[in-house]
Design a protein around this ligand. Sequence first.
Ligand code: FAD
Ligand code: SF4
Ligand code: SF4
Length: 459
Amino acid sequence: MAYVVTQSCCSDASCVVACPVNCIHPAPGEPGFAEAEMVFIDAGTCVGCGACVTACPVGAIVPDTRLREDQRPFVDLAAEYYDVFPHRDRTPVALVPRQRRLRRPGPFRVAVVGAGPAGLYAADELLRHPEVEVEVFERLDVPHGLARFGVAADHVETRRVARLFDQITAQPGLRLHLGVEVGRDVTHEELETRFDAVVHATGAPADRRLGVPGDQLPGVLGATALAEWSNAHPARRDLALQVAPAAGGRAVVVGAGNVALDAARLLVGPLVGAREVLVLGRRGVDAAAFTTPELVGLAGLADASRPDPVDVVLEAGPAPGDGVRARLLAELATRTPVPGRPRVVLRFDAPVAEVTGDDRACGVRLVDGSLLEADLVVGAIGQDWAPVVHDRGRVRPGVYVTGWAKRGPSGFLGTNKSCAQKTVAALLDDLDAGPGPALPVPAGPPRRVRALLTGRSPR
Ligand SMILES: Cc1cc2nc3c(=O)[nH]c(=O)nc-3n(C[C@H](O)[C@H](O)[C@H](O)COP(=O)(O)OP(=O)(O)OC[C@H]3O[C@@H](n4cnc5c(N)ncnc54)[C@H](O)[C@@H]3O)c2cc1C
Ligand code: SF4
Ligand code: SF4
């Protein structure tokens, strides 16, 4: 029996470290790891010990004996990968890095702003050092950021990462302040003068607008806002009215990345109940940004054994190539929809010129002049993000940045782990260097922060 990595893999590489026979690649440090959509298990070498299953925070690994039919392409994907990259050296690579020890005795107190994946991974890295205590400030009443409010509800396995984050926040050296917005309830300066260091992990603020006439009309939403509404984000409750007309109707999703596919699945699912969702890619199908694991998941929606099958149709010639992805796309291009079933239609080379409508969006006009009617228009073209100048996460000594706030909106959940490790390494360098020009001395004990917050944040 061999094990297989399936569906949405968050690329944090915990499985790679756990594997006794070094058969999960690409591993951190190997070419392609940073850009990899997922990691692959070499079926020929896997000894079926299951250590990787325990290590994986998102339940992405299953034995090949338990694969569903629609997960079979993942076996071919792994075989395809090892054909190109055999990784013949199976010596366990001892990827567990040697634990760094601080040279100065501490105690050190670090404030982390934002309890999303990046902030919590940074807190976890810091708490490896017994000299460090961490206080995390989160503006919402619940932690986990987009791992809670962005990741699609039907990505059940990925959402299990919440268990890992709960373990992080349960550590004795961590104090979590919920319902505290830094910049409103407590100022940046107040934190900087009370802590040895402040790590900003506030994510990327908002969906990028479509940037065409009509993109501000009611009935035009961002895909992250839609995902947040579907996941009961407290600030998105009023979107129900905007989404309602799509029930039994047609929605257009502009964009062709993973978040666009999340939006399409959500719109044809039971929460919204759209009859048809048209996903529009600006360029050709070979330039589509969705990852192959997400495409496998989308193609599987048509499986007739599912409770509510959804047709998925590709309106384009298949992408060139003969790999698993190209074969899957070619197969989608030949599918015939079943009348009456909800469907997702993927259309490429379809740049949008305008959102049409007077007081509410009623469709889009493409650059080629064609008009597409729609009851809802969803933009899935990324997030706005203001770059922060930093060096390995150090904005200046004592102030650091990590996650989407540092890199912009890119990568998987696990990418924030390696990102946090780099930022924390810079922070530890400064703690080691000691007070002085490298690191300002905190002006007051941090326990006063609690007193500071009393009366400011009602929660
Ligand atoms: C719609 C969507 C779906 C996604 N699905 C997946 C998926 O299936 N798999 C996957 O691997 N990745 C997915 N991602 C990517 C993943 O969510 C991100 O990589 C990750 O959430 C980024 O972490 P972050 O901590 O930098 O930002 P965020 O998750 O945005 O967290 C930032 C936190 O900071 C808080 N905050 C902001 N400002 C302040 C302030 N001033 N004071 C206090 N707190 C503040 C916010 O409330 C938030 O909790 C998805 C992203 C989106 C948008
Ligand atoms: S089951 Fe064991 S041998 Fe196989 S990939 Fe997982 S950790 Fe490695
Ligand atoms: S999510 Fe992480 S632990 Fe799970 S398979 Fe992917 S890289 Fe391995």
